[in-house]
Design a protein around this ligand. Structure first.
Ligand code: AMP
Length: 236
């Protein structure tokens, strides 16, 4: 099984896993379309590497749930499937990376999502003398994304994701209102999020390929299969 056999346009020469010892990477980010399984794989990988998981979507959702000022601001963008303004997002990430659990390392999930955020991240990490060491690119065709996202349900208490078909939530938790559909997993918001991914986030993949940071993994299949591909691709 090849860990770099993802479908999609041909990568630039040397784009995938070239030369850099990715197994030692402790400062990483995961990039890919919504519904590719980034959050699930990020949780598995951060637990294996004992590094902090820094998900901007989770951070925003925690702020929305907690009714903070940041949450109130973010919610209207999130519900529409739009990006929260860059300066707000960048400041939130910078603060989060200062927390002690991020010192041994971190995996960013959902950030950066556009060129301005990528530039800000490079600058932020350069300022700390801690550049990124690997970028995990999880692929999934659009046709699969829509079915994954529309069937996704989340436990609002724990953030755990379910899928109505492949990983159904406990009926009692659904009835009690603990497990719900995210507002941004409804059709109009899904479409908008995918548009933003293709126009603003996807170009970053080439940027990281050019820096020899990119490791591409096919996101199709069961969670455990993809996790194994991730482990193989990172060499560890
Ligand atoms: P996610 O869980 O990563 O799909 O993020 C859910 C929503 O949070 C997105 O649709 C955006 O509204 C917002 N969000 C998450 N990450 C970012 C980011 N890096 N920049 C701007 N908005 C973001």
């Amino acid at each position: 099984m090849s860990s770099t056999s993802a479908p999609g346009p041909p990568a630039a020469p040397g784009a995938q896993s070239a030369g850099v010892p990715k197994a030692a990477a402790r400062r990483l980010l995961i990039i890919g379309p919504q519904g590719a399984g980034k959050g699930t794989q990020a949780a598995i990988l951060t637990s294996r590497l004992a590094i902090a998981m820094v998900s901007t979507g989770d951070l925003f959702r925690a702020n929305v749930g907690g009714g903070t000022e940041l949450g109130q601001l973010a919610k209207k963008y999130m519900d529409a499937g739009e990006l929260v303004p860059d300066e707000v997002t960048i400041a939130m990430v910078s603060t989060r990376l200062d927390e002690p659990d991020a010192v041994p390392g971190f995996l960013l999930d959902g950030f950066p999502r556009n060129a301005a955020q990528a530039a800000a991240l490079t600058e932020l990490l350069a300022g700390r003398g801690q550049p990124l060491e690997a970028v995990l690119h999880l692929t999934l065709p659009d046709s699969r994304i829509v079915s994954r996202l529309s069937g996704r349900r989340v436990d609002t208490r724990t953030g755990r994701n379910y899928h109505l078909e492949s990983d159904p939530p406990p009926a009692a938790d659904v009835e009690a209102g603990f497990v719900v559909q995210r507002d941004d997993d409804r059709p109009a918001a899904i479409e908008r999020r995918l548009q933003i991914f293709h126009s603003q986030t996807e170009p970053l993949i080439q940027l990281y390929a050019d820096r020899d940071l990119l490791v591409t993994v096919d996101g199709r299949g069961a969670v455990s299969e993809v996790a194994e591909r991730v482990r193989d691709a990172l060499g560890g």
